[in-house]
Design a protein around this ligand. Structure first.
Ligand code: TYD
Length: 133
């Protein structure tokens, strides 16, 4: 069973010159093979996203632009992490409840996922999440 201790920040290698930064995600940057990429944009600042855990999916969440807060919960411990660096990814293993809020204006939340979309591997009911631990 995964806990908050299995969550970590991944540093995404970047190249800088006078024209700006270029960040690169390669096979070895991420601890799983990427099957899907999705992103949230035009998110109202009072929006609340997430509110689920996954049975199968591992994810890396990146604040490509702007900032937002990710609240993590393994059923015992909660942790709130602000993401605001486009060259950092928040790695979430399976079984971690996540909620995302406090989106800054113009923020973009990129998610790299280890699985294709499959609603049956979501746990969207918090009580169900706690009970399956
Ligand atoms: P939802 O899981 O509520 O988004 P978030 O975790 O950001 O709060 O997903 C919103 C809708 O989009 C929901 O109807 C499921 C659908 N969806 C897909 O069709 N494909 C996907 O890859 C994802 C992540 C969601």
């Amino acid at each position: 069973m995964n806990t908050i201790d299995n969550v970590r920040i991944l540093e995404i290698p970047k190249v800088h010159d006078e024209r700006g930064f270029l960040a690169v995600i390669e096979k070895d940057t991420i601890p799983f093979s990427i099957q899907r990429v999705y992103y949230l944009y035009d998110v109202p600042s009072d929006s609340y996203r997430g509110g689920h855990a996954h049975k199968e999916q591992q994810s890396v969440i990146i604040a490509l632009s702007g900032s937002f807060e990710v609240t993590l919960d393994d059923g015992k411990t909660k942790k709130r992490i602000m993401l605001n660096k486009p060259n950092q990814g928040l790695y979430l293993p399976t079984g971690i409840w996540r909620e995302i809020d406090d989106f800054s204006s113009g923020s973009v939340c990129l998610v790299l996922a280890s699985t294709e979309y499959d609603e049956s591997e979501y746990i969207r009911d918090y009580e169900g999440f706690i009970n399956q631990l």
